[in-house]
Design a protein around this ligand. Structure first.
Ligand code: ADP
Ligand code: MG
Length: 501
């Protein structure tokens, strides 16, 4: 029987008691590089089938692989960004198997001696807490080609454009306990890869995909047998696979069955996993060191230069935003999730501090709130990222500076921002043209208050007879008479004494 799982604890309530899910992910991330791992062919996405294929990628006899230094550098940088051990000596192995999209008959990969060893990723969970997930290894390998079954009624075609493209396989330890943690892991990994530019993280183009390993056990007990669901290409699907697989396994076990260690596929139409083949073991691949490639030795210079090339990483940025700028962990987390968002926020804050003469610390919370609610709200609706914002950071700062110095109210700023976002025009210009300046002149406001009171003698009498609620009515009338431009703080201050007589 299926029963709802407790998403927070990763506990599944079965008929025979509680079960705990255990998850480990193998993420394949395509290395950002113009050329493939062992050939000069282009790695560009799209393009006509078999247009980016060199003789090496097509496995013509006698061709020799030549290692692409940029892919090595990117793998080292990624290992460093994951706080992982860099192995100065690593080895490329042949992983032998037969498949139509693998003309070599083997994939060049790394088995016993990967380029990167143990590391760690810190997950930012929804409740604001963090959790560390250990990385077991990162190794480099070639991608295979693609079989296309939808081009002809009775034949399968093969496209070798991806054949030989460099992948980093990043393997986690089985440290995750909920689908939400696995989602947070993939998002965080993607954020880190994008920050350092070693993978574009575009899951919809296949640049990042995950093999999802799931098992269940009695809470805290021995690890159960896992299944591995291959090539899952979105965070949502990864989470669905985990929920589905864990529940399926509990049902099998509670019915007295056993879990087979096998490879499965996610059926996106039916939202179920299906068996693909029984799990192959390492010896099935008859791994051996590729005789065409020397062991890879990294120089100290390469390692030092790779480290020096890393930008400030998301965890460090988040720490700085909370410790130095006083942002909440939640807001800081939202801002650093994409490098472009964090860059936008920092450029805005600098420009705003310049424009107002106030300190960044005093302005940071307001600036963060505006970026997260107003700007991101509009960008999300328009399907744009911060880097494509029609309102630049200095333009955003100009708008917020007008609120800071009292020229316009926060309410008016929202309307002005609408126009800026549509037209790309500056805030000052729009405020001027539409006459939106806030009225902060007490004399002017007082005169309007007098008119409003004179025009509403009935309400005034009721107010004075004790109907306090009517204060709101008078505030509303004054705002209306000024077209919403009266400084609301000033209205409240001046109105009450006059009403009280
Ligand atoms: P393979 O190449 O055979 O899939 P790897 O060691 O490369 O083996 O990857 C195994 C993956 O499965 C790792 O991500 C690991 O964390 C995960 N894993 C291992 N044991 C379990 C288990 N009992 N339950 C869930 N995940 C597991
Ligand atoms: Mg695997």
């Amino acid at each position: 029987m299926n029963s709802p799982s407790d998403k927070n604890m990763g506990i599944i309530k079965g008929a025979t008691g509680d079960w705990e899910m255990v998850i480990g992910l193998e993420v394949h991330a395509q290395v950002t590089s113009k050329a493939k791992l062992f050939s000069g062919a282009s790695t560009e996405f799209g393009g006509e089938p078999n247009n980016h294929v060199s003789l090496v990628d097509a496995a013509m006899p006698g061709m020799l692989p030549v290692i692409n230094a940029e892919c090595i550098r990117q793998a080292v940088r990624t290992g460093q960004a994951l706080g992982a051990r860099i192995n100065k000596l690593s080895v490329f192995d042949r992983k032998n198997y037969f498949y139509a999209d693998l003309p070599q008959g083997y994939q060049i990969s790394q088995f016993t001696q990967p380029i990167v060893g143990e590391g760690v990723i810190t997950l930012d969970l929804e409740d604001g807490t963090t959790k560390e997930v250990r990385i077991e290894r990162l190794h480099l390998e070639q991608d295979a080609g693609k079989s296309m079954h939808d081009q002809h009624p009775s034949m399968t075609f093969v496209d070798l454009n991806r054949s030989g493209v460099a992948l980093m396989e990043i393997v986690s330890m089985p440290d995750m306990r909920t689908a939400a943690e696995a989602g947070a892991y993939v998002r965080k990994l993607r954020t880190i890869l994008r920050y350092i530019g070693s993978c574009d993280g575009n899951m919809d183009q296949g640049s990042m995909r995950a093999d999802v390993n799931v098992s269940v056990r009695r809470p805290g007990g021995e690890l159960g047998t896992r299944t591995e669901t291959k090539n899952v290409n979105s965070v949502r699907f990864i989470m669905q696979v985990i929920e589905y697989e864990a529940r399926r396994q509990v049902d099998v076990l509670e019915d007295g069955g056993t879990i087979r260690q096998e490879t499965r596929l996610w059926d996106t139409a039916k939202n179920v996993t299906r068996p693909m083949r029984s799990k192959e073991e390492a010896h099935d691949y008859r791994y051996f060191p590729d005789p065409d490639l020397l062991p890879l030795e990294l120089s100290d210079e390469l390692i030092a230069e790779a480290l020096a090339s890393l930008p400030e990483l998301p965890d460090a940025k988040k720490e700085r935003f909370t410790a130095e700028l006083g942002l909440s962990a939640y807001n800081a987390g939202v801002l650093v999730a994409e490098k472009e968002s964090a860059d936008y926020f920092e450029a805005l804050l600098t420009a705003l501090a310049d424009a107002t003469g106030k300190s960044a610390g005093d302005l940071a919370k307001k600036a963060a709130n505006w970026v997260i609610s107003d700007l991101f709200g509009h960008l999300n609706k328009a399907g744009k990222g911060a880097q494509d914002s029609p309102v630049s950071p200095p333009q955003g700062a100009e708008l917020l500076a007008l609120v800071e110095d009292g020229t316009i109210s926060g309410r008016t700023a929202k309307d002005v921002f609408e126009i800026m976002f549509e037209s790309g025009r500056g805030a000052g210009e729009i405020v001027e043209e539409k006459g939106l300046k806030q009225v902060s002149d007490s004399g002017e406001i007082e005169a309007i208050i007098d008119e409003v009171i004179a025009a509403n003698p009935g309400q005034l009498a009721q107010y004075r007879a004790g109907k306090d609620k009517l204060l709101g009515f008078f505030v509303g009338q004054v705002m209306k008479a000024t077209g919403g431009k009266a400084n609301p703080g000033l209205v409240n201050k001046l109105l009450k004494p006059k009403l009280d007589g």
